[in-house]
Ligand binder design. Structure first.
Ligand code: SF4
Length: 324
């Protein structure tokens, strides 16, 4: 989503005659499009912003804009423009550039937002607090944007924190997959609890839909899934995998896994290892649990020491390497 926003802002500024600066020192404007899903991302962006502010002391005309999650979460002093995720695109107008309708690009990947925000409140996740409650993008807007890109884009991604929360998502997918054009349709991300059999059937039926799915498992232990408020069990998850493979034997399944969530014991982690061995994902994004203040998990008892979280993540990464 952030890549998509950054790309659109860049295209608008380039169309208005601006150019990309080679270095920060050469820039008249520095735009930080931020993500604060993990603490390390937040700390990194804050140090980059601090460097830009130092630069501004020698170059007072330099404009600094901070947009995205981090600006929704905290006040950042000493910058010129501060915009949250909902109005991040307004940065273009705030820089004095008129927003225009741009032609679709050739041979690229196109991203189309279908939902914004999320209200699942997984206990580790800051997204509902920084991106707000679930909002559904009007169908007409999605169709118009799709028609603009379908003849030129090779890969079209439907985006949302939880695309399956889109009302009757299989129907939307089916409608788009029937359109003319030499494109492949993807969607990101899916929540296992809302991933319907109907979606699997539509994926299997239409050749324009890629046989790849990112289905964040987060953990392979029921006790921890409950603490995470994921609203599915390991058995539910395994059933989705079984159905995906039954309908599409060539499916590529990728996932996200958090290691060392509060309360996770060695035995709980061993269950995740066992499930990962069983499922054999095509790829997995594995992270040590990251505390985010304001989330329920941050206040949970039995926080796992950071070195243990890291050791577990390293072990799982090594296992994934072998399996892949
Ligand atoms: S579904 Fe995804 S975005 Fe929503 S709260 Fe859970 S982890 Fe965060």
């Amino acid at each position: 989503m952030n890549v998509n926003t950054a790309h659109k802002i860049t295209q608008q500024l380039l169309a208005a005659g601006h150019t990309l600066a080679e270095t920060d020192e050469d820039a008249d404007v520095i735009i930080f499009n931020t993500c604060c899903v993990r603490n390390t991302a937040e700390q990194k962006i804050l140090s980059h912003i601090a460097l830009a502010k130092q630069l501004k002391q020698h170059k007072p005309d330099l404009k600094i804009a901070v947009i995205g999650c981090l600006s929704a979460k905290r006040k950042i002093n000493g910058v010129d423009i501060l915009l949250g995720t909902d109005n991040a695109m307004d940065v273009v107008e705030k820089l004095g550039v008129a927003v225009r309708q741009l032609p679709a690009e050739q041979g690229t990947t196109a991203y189309i937002d279908i939902t914004y925000g999320c209200e699942n409140y997984c206990t580790y996740c800051i997204v509902p607090f920084v991106r707000g409650k679930l909002r559904i993008r009007p169908r007409a807007e999605i169709l118009t944007e799709f028609d603009q890109v379908k003849d030129t884009a090779k890969d079209i991604y439907l985006l949302g924190q939880n695309v399956n929360a889109y009302p009757d998502f299989p129907k939307l997918l089916e409608e788009l997959a029937q359109k003319d054009g030499d494109f492949t349709l993807h969607f990101l991300s899916a929540h296992p609890k809302d991933f319907a059999l109907e979606t699997i059937k539509v994926m299997a039926k239409y050749p324009k839909i890629a046989h790849d799915v990112h289905l964040p498992m987060q953990c392979g232990c029921d006790k921890i899934l409950k603490l995470m408020n994921r609203k599915y069990t390991v058995a539910d998850y395994l059933e989705k995998i079984r159905l995906l493979r039954e309908y599409m034997p060539d499916i590529h399944i990728t996932t996200d896994i958090i290691c060392g969530f509060p309360g996770e014991t060695d035995e709980d982690f061993a269950e995740t290892v066992r499930i990962v061995q069983q499922i054999k994902f095509s790829a997995a994004y594995i992270f040590p649990y990251s505390n985010r203040s304001g989330t329920a998990a941050d206040k949970m008892p039995n926080q796992v020491p950071f070195r243990v979280r890291k050791a577990r993540a390293t072990k799982l990464v090594e296992l994934m390497r072998e399996l892949a």
